[in-house]
Design a protein around this ligand. Structure first.
Ligand code: SF4
Length: 360
């Protein structure tokens, strides 16, 4: 039986407190795991489905995605991979906006997710109608939104960006003399504003995981590990970003660890990514950056409570029943695709490869 839901508190754009439940999936015993995995493999084959997983989901799911010819990556690459793969069905282990992005880029395919209630605090804190009103109130600004938003918010934006290409796109718009309205992540927005100097008006929202990384605790940890390099996702607070040896998206953080060549890293993003880092850099030590601990808003720091809703049991259930299909209103999806495609076209020209233009 699945564990009881936990209440996740997050700050809404207007400063009010939002509450959303996250339901941990049914636990898997070591005895039942081999049979579960065998059954999932069989169902993926029978359904002509490809399984794609985000870096933040449980290591069992990451390993299964790789072992079955799928991918472990960021949301954009997951969607792009699903698009290029001949499979008729894409099964997404991640959070809802990732399933939506996969559907928007692959409207002809069926997209399934283990749990449709897997949310994201950034998405929740940016309701489409309130975002539209914000845009209407600032018609002189170009709306740029982060990937961690609903299809309806992307449909209202001119550009969708992911965390590593956001800086280049904002710099490009700034060079054209355009003023920007950025949503929803205030920390990512502040970081981009600092490095580009662009005129940016920010939505007020944060990721419940990255928001909890703390500079003072990080300083203390650095004293214990003086040789460790610090890798930080730009959804983290500015005081934590200021201590980074490298700032990057999920894919960017992995690439930075491969590039910097240290023996020890402190990683300020969801701890799920460390599974991939250990696989790619065996023998290197990875330490999760410290959070506010018991007082933290996120009750499973530094692990996203919604990413943690993906498990082997609910994955198999979806493959057996066909439940939890992602639907995006076709007209909304078509408009959202324009803002995504604008970014993809920009990336083709300004980035040597689209791979690694990742997100949360
Ligand atoms: S880690 Fe943060 S940004 Fe990523 S899905 Fe979870 S709440 Fe959203």
């Amino acid at each position: 039986m699945a564990a009881a839901p936990i209440q996740i508190r997050f700050e809404r754009f207007d400063g009010a407190l939002g509450i959303a439940p996250a339901r941990p999936p049914r636990a898997v015993t070591p005895e039942e795991k081999p049979a579960l995995i065998a059954r999932i493999r069989e169902r993926l084959r029978a359904l002509d489905a490809v399984f794609v997983a985000h870096y933040y989901v449980h290591p069992d799911l990451q390993d299964l995605a790789e072992a079955t010819g799928g991918i472990v990556s960021d949301s954009l690459e997951m969607a792009r991979f699903g698009h290029e793969h001949p499979a008729k069905t894409i099964v997404v282990a991640g959070v809802r906006f990732m399933g939506e992005t996969a559907k928007i880029l692959n409207p002809e395919k069926r997209v399934l997710m283990p749990d449709l209630a897997a949310e994201c605090s950034l998405d929740l804190a940016c309701p489409a109608d309130e975002f539209a009103a914000f845009c209407d109130a600032h018609p002189d600004r170009v709306p740029v939104v982060y990937a961690n938003t609903s299809a309806a918010v992307k449909a209202r934006a001119e550009w969708m960006v992911t965390s590593s290409i956001a800086e280049k796109i904002v710099a490009h718009l700034h060079a054209q003399g355009r003023k920007i309205l950025f949503a929803p992540d205030k920390h990512l927005g502040a970081y981009i504003q600092k490095v580009t100097g662009a005129d940016m008006l920010m939505w007020n929202a944060a990721c419940v995981v990255h928001e909890e990384f703390k500079a003072r605790q990080l300083e203390e940890l650095k004293l214990l590990h003086p040789q460790a390099k610090v890798l930080v996702h730009p959804e983290s607070p500015a005081s934590v970003i200021a201590m980074a040896d490298a700032v990057g998206s999920t894919t960017g953080i992995i690439q930075a660890a491969q590039r910097l060549g240290a023996k020890e890293y402190i990683v300020a993003t969801d701890g799920g990514i460390i599974h991939q880092m250990r696989k790619r850099l065996p023998g290197v030590t990875f330490i999760e950056a410290p959070t506010a601990g018991k007082g933290a808003t996120c009750q499973s720091c530094a692990h996203c409570p919604w990413m943690a809703m993906n498990g082997l049991h609910n994955l198999l259930e979806v493959l057996e029943t066909g439940r939890n299909e992602i639907h995006v209103d076709p007209a909304t999806g078509e408009r959202a695709r324009i803002s995504i495609q604008r970014m993809l076209d920009f990336a083709k020209v300004h980035l040597p490869t689209l791979k690694g233009s990742g997100d949360a």
